[in-house]
Design a binder for this molecule. Structure first.
Ligand code: NAX
Length: 328
């Protein structure tokens, strides 16, 4: 039997946590033969810790054969101890009257603290995804705080945007989602993201030619994918949870198990490719194999794409400038 892998999950008692933990414990993320130890972090407040206890009781009640152990804690040093996988979901939500800048700084505190703990205690082969918003910038802070680990260990979640982009294109072309290949969503996980279908194929045919409607692409498709999160809140009265958890599972499973050449979008540290400054965490097309991600290189960037990619980069640069005093 395989040795168990320690998986740290923060914000474990939140709504994404509730949709995520059971799937990790059932083997959907690391495989049906891979035992896991869940190391769950929540705020120290009584209410959060009680809710976490409840989630742990339910995990127990599932009698998952692969769940080799559980830890519930409010101490990041306990949660990240020897973790080889980390899903950073917990974050401070935007409160009433709160400015974007305040939200950035509140979250920066959380991710600086957790980054330090990760630096000290996490496994050296850690794979980490930040889900909590602003995800790209929180990942940037964590990466720059946990300096003893390779920068490639730190990613942010763009996969929900990627999956939304695939689904909307499949609907439009009356195809199955599995027919859609080579989707890319560039940039920030925010409405400035750029879903780029120029390289996409649907059942082997070039997507732009198949769609053959630039106005639809630019005026409907791009904003629809970018504002899908807000549309879910509007409809459900709550933000995306099951689809977000699903995307986090997809991201980590593909990173660990490989994509067999298929493209997936991940928020990863830039090496300067595509005119994105080195060190930024930016949504890029990636393939994964042997437990490593690699950016798809050599794609042509046309004028429209350049403008879109620079616009979302500008937002990320502003976010970075608001927090860089914390690590620079
Ligand atoms: P919830 O508010 O339901 O849950 C968050 C949980 O995190 C709470 O239980 C809270 O007590 C806990 N928490 C807060 N600060 C913490 C800290 N410092 N340490 C440990 N736990 C902490 O939010 P939920 O709907 O689960 O969403 C979580 C995050 O995901 C939010 O920031 C949200 O904006 C973000 N999202 C990111 C997405 C993406 O594509 N990257 C999509 C979905 C989602 O909106």
């Amino acid at each position: 039997a395989k040795a168990p892998v320690r998986v740290a999950v923060t914000g474990a008692a939140g709504q994404i946590g509730y949709a995520l933990l059971f799937r990790i414990a059932s083997g959907e993320m690391l495989g049906k033969d891979q035992p896991v130890i869940l190391q769950m972090l929540e705020l120290p407040m009584d209410k959060a810790q009680a809710a976490l206890k409840g989630v742990m009781m339910e995990l127990e009640d599932c009698a998952f054969p692969l769940l080799a152990g559980m830890i519930g804690t409010s101490d990041p040093r306990v949660a990240f101890k020897d973790a080889q996988q980390a899903l950073l979901v917990g974050a401070k939500p935007r409160g009433p009257g709160m400015e974007r800048k305040d939200l950035l700084l509140e979250n920066a505190k959380i991710f600086t603290e957790q980054g330090k703990a990760i630096d000290e205690v996490a496994a050296r082969d850690l794979k980490l995804i930040v889900v909590g918003n602003p995800a790209n910038t929180n990942a940037l802070i964590t990466m720059n705080t946990a300096k003893s680990l390779p920068q490639t260990a730190f990613t942010s979640m763009m996969r929900l945007d990627h999956n939304r982009a695939i689904s909307q294109l499949a609907t439009r072309t009356q195809a199955s989602v599995t027919d859609v290949k080579n989707m890319v969503v560039w940039g920030n996980h925010s409405p400035t993201m750029y879903p780029d279908i120029r390289f996409a194929t649907v059942a082997g045919k070039a997507a732009p030619a198949l769609v053959n409607d630039e106005a639809w692409y630019k005026n409907e498709y791009i904003p629809k994918v970018g504002k899908r999160g807000a549309a879910i809140i509007e409809a459900r009265g709550l933000s995306s949870a099951a689809s977000a958890a699903n995307a986090a599972i997809d991201h980590m499973r593909d990173w660990n198990m490989g994509t067999n050449g298929a493209w997936v979008t991940m928020g990863v540290v830039s090496d300067g490719s595509y005119g994105i400054p080195e060190g930024m965490i930016y949504g890029m097309p990636c393939t994964c194999s042997g437990g490593k991600w690699e950016v798809v290189k050599g794609l042509e960037i046309d004028a429209f794409s350049r403008e879109k990619m620079d616009f979302t980069l500008k937002e990320l640069t502003e976010e970075r400038d608001g927090v860089k005093h914390l690590f620079a």
